[in-house]
Design a protein around this ligand. Structure first.
Ligand code: NAD
Ligand code: UD1
Length: 340
């Protein structure tokens, strides 16, 4: 019996592999390596002392997925594989719908054919769009503002219909806020293959001299320091949220419906607060350039994590200092990412 982790060679998936292996599960990763290096899985094995089975394949290739599920005797899937850059999704909506929606359909069809009915899906706080109220609760209005967010919303709806159609399905859609940080060993971390667009990888590029300054997108927001506020969550807390969701799914009765849960800390920090915390931990200065607001950005986003605490028995444990410390440790130990 093992658990398939799609996209398990990527940023969040590799940390999730560690958490599941350390909890005693066998893990098989299915990843097409479009945004990952297989070195991440060697590192996972070194951290845990456990073997990770790897299948290079695409989630849209249903027969490859089904063969892997059968060959490894998988009983559940944690599904991270997908495209995640909001800006790219505006330029390539068809590509995003293809991988994120068609890919998930192919994966779920393969699971159904193999009698595997337990699934944890990576959704995003992006589905809320511009919040009407804060903190964000799972019941709040869904209004994605990009094709990326639409793909997550569409998949949530498909999964909702799926669990109604057959009570054997045990499915959770986890809405992540802003994952940052790295494993405490500094052996795995975020290693985007292209040019990063998220805040933390850009901060680290400035800290290491790859970029001269951080452009702060918007300093006129209605926030205490004028910059955007986000709910940054340590990637290991996020990984542990998946284990909690898995344990919840396999312990409950059939027919209890789709689990939808925010995974955030419940606390928002501004762009400048994150920069200051990072400067303090790294002892590097991050030069800033104030820039106009980035198109499509929201002002403030942070979770109400009550549902995850009450239903999954999970809450984030690591603070902003740990997020910055572990990011910096990863970057210092791997200045070229996994390429070194
Ligand atoms: P990532 O790009 O590091 O990981 C995704 C992995 O999926 C990569 O290893 C990539 O090679 C693989 N992949 C992509 N397309 C595939 C395909 N067609 N078939 C097989 N493998 C494929 O991204 P991440 O940050 O680890 O994100 C994981 C998931 O979490 C994504 O679904 C993303 O949308 C979601 N998410 C991420 C964030 C974030 O800020 N990182 C926030 C909310 C939700
Ligand atoms: C975005 C998406 C989220 C997606 C995530 C990962 C939205 C609302 N959210 O998160 O769904 O899962 O990316 O791709 O689209 N910033 C700067 N300078 C920079 C980079 C960022 O000031 O160089 C600021 C942004 O303006 C924002 C904050 O930092 O205020 C966080 O940005 P980012 O890390 O890109 O994440 P989100 O936009 O919150």
């Amino acid at each position: 019996m093992s658990i398939m982790i799609t996209g398990g060679a990527g940023y969040i998936g590799s940390h999730c592999c560690v958490t599941f292996l350390e909890a005693g599960h066998d893990v098989v990763v299915l990843d097409n390596l479009s945004n990952a290096s297989p070195e991440s899985l060697d590192r996972v094995s070194r951290i845990t002392g456990a073997k990770v089975s790897f299948v290079e394949g695409d989630i849209r290739d249903g027969s490859r997925v089904a063969d892997a599920l059968k060959a490894h005797g998988c009983t559940a899937v944690v599904h991270f594989a997908g495209l995640k850059v909001v800006g790219d999704s505006l330029n390539d909506p068809l590509g995003y719908y293809d991988v994120n929606v068609t890919g998930t359909l192919a994966l779920v069809a393969a699971m159904k054919a193999c009698d595997v009915h337990t699934l944890i899906f990576s959704s995003s706080a992006n589905v809320y769009g511009n919040p009407e109220e804060l903190p964000l609760k799972e019941s709040h209005r869904i209004a994605p503002m990009s094709p990326y967010g639409e793909t997550k919303h569409v998949v949530e709806q498909i999964l909702g219909d799926l669990v109604v159609s057959d009570p054997r399905w045990q499915v959770a859609a986890l809405r992540y806020f802003n994952p940052v940080g790295a494993h405490e060993t500094g052996m795995i971390g975020e290693n985007p293959l292209g040019t990063p667009t998220n805040l933390m990888p850009i901060i680290t590029q400035v800290a290491t001299g790859v970029r001269p300054a951080l452009q702060v997108f918007g300093s006129d927001y209605d926030t205490p320091d004028g910059t955007g506020i986000r709910d940054f969550i340590h990637v290991m807390d996020l990984a542990e949220g998946h284990l909690a969701a898995y344990r919840h799914l396999v312990s409950r009765e059939e027919g209890e419906g789709l689990v939808i849960a925010n995974l955030g800390t419940g606390r928002g920090y501004s762009v400048l607060e994150l920069v200051r915390a990072f400067e303090h931990v790294s002892n590097r200065s991050i030069p800033l350039e104030m820039a106009p607001r980035r198109a499509g950005d929201i002002e403030i986003s942070y979770a109400d994590p009550t549902y995850a605490r009450q239903v999954l028995g999970w809450s984030a444990q690591r603070d902003l200092t740990a997020m910055c410390h572990d990011t910096w440790n990863w970057v210092c130990k791997n200045p070229k990412g996994f390429a070194a």
